[in-house]
Ligand binder design. Sequence first.
Ligand code: HEC
Ligand code: HEC
Length: 377
Amino acid sequence: MQRTVPPAPATPSRVRPGLALALLAAGLAAADARSALGAGEPEPLWAYGYATPPGPADPAPPETVPPTSRTPRDGEPAESQTRLRHVPGSLAAFSELDIRDGGRVVDWFPGDHPPMGRVLERGPARLGEHSWGCAYCHLPTGKGRPENAPVVGQPVAYFMRQLADFRAGARTSADPRKPNTRLMAGLSRLMTDAEMREAAEYFGAMKWTPWTRVVETDRVPRTRIEGNLFRAVERERIEPIAGRIIEVPEDPEQSEGLRNPRSGFIAYVPKGSVRRGEFLVTTGGATIEGGKAVPGKTLACAACHGPDLMGLLDVPGIAGRSPSYLVRQLYDLQQGTRRGASAAPMLPVVARLTGDDLVDIAAYVTSRSAPVATQAP
Ligand code: HEC
Ligand code: HEC
């Protein structure tokens, strides 16, 4: 696969544990710097899938988990909801009712992943017949969608810790409206420990592969937001990108209508963001001025996330993952709504980052497992 962005400067192929620990300690010491600049940054609304900030009339939805359903939607012809559909390359056939049924996740490509156990396909047993299979939102491949989370290939210990954090209320969204993060928290409380482990081991057994194509551009297609997901409403790119990242399905019908787990996403990112992000990610922003090393505003990510940013020990992989997801996590960490037991090493990383830095960092990190195309001027 072609990459038009130069590879990151050589990093040691194995980070010495001593070095990682020293950085960790330095990070913890610098944690006091938190709230210096970053905490006051305005919410990157695009990352949460909203066009306007939350108002006082927007209460957080409950963390209760509603049952899934196979009831046909009113206002849509019954025939179109029960007619069997196909996706390219699959012998399977499912109706819209099947595809929308979170309690029995459709599997277009059983050969693309290990066999799904009950919790993956049908959800926590405690919820009965109309539960939510993990693979419904995160997809059977675990690559996820911009409005949820890319969970594939993460260390089992990391995965388990996140579920424990959701359970304990230590992981909530900085945008209190975001309904699916609250649903996720609700699900974490319904899972047994064995179900949590089954899901962690299933997703952890697969490797991350490219899923989001990064395109640097000044202009994006006009979009409509549905269920916290942006959808292009036209092909032409006439709307200024205005410092945002706009992530849309490559093919809305395949992604949204059919939940085809082979149909990926495009991330439109501002021109120049990948290169600016590369500088922050690989150096932490440190420079040499007048022969003196000047510390940067953040820390080099590879020290903890691994030389290729694909994860190291129990630190998660970040390369190639949805930029909307990455920015939500960085912002949640900065705002203190993601504050699990192991979040501390990330605090000095995010403390001084501005909204523009988050965009640049995510553009680069996502581009690390997908080719970058630059739009002709
Ligand atoms: C309704 C959709 C939905 C379902 C069903 C769902 N999740 Fe999630 N999951 C989410 C969302 C949304 C997030 C967090 C995204 C955010 O806040 O930015 C998330 C995050 C996660 C994370 C954290 C990932 C990371 O990299 O830190 C884990 C782990 C996880 N889910 C596991 C599960 C398991 C196990 C199940 C099956 C019981 C499941 N999820 C079912 C929507 C869902
Ligand atoms: C000092 C070690 C350290 C450094 C340096 C570091 N991270 Fe992290 N990062 C972590 C740890 C540990 C976690 C897991 C936190 C948890 O368990 O909640 C994490 C989690 C994350 C997550 C959430 C992943 C997910 O799936 O939800 C993102 C995104 C992230 N880091 C991005 C970065 C970026 C970008 C950089 C560089 C600018 C960076 N990190 C530098 C240690 C580090």
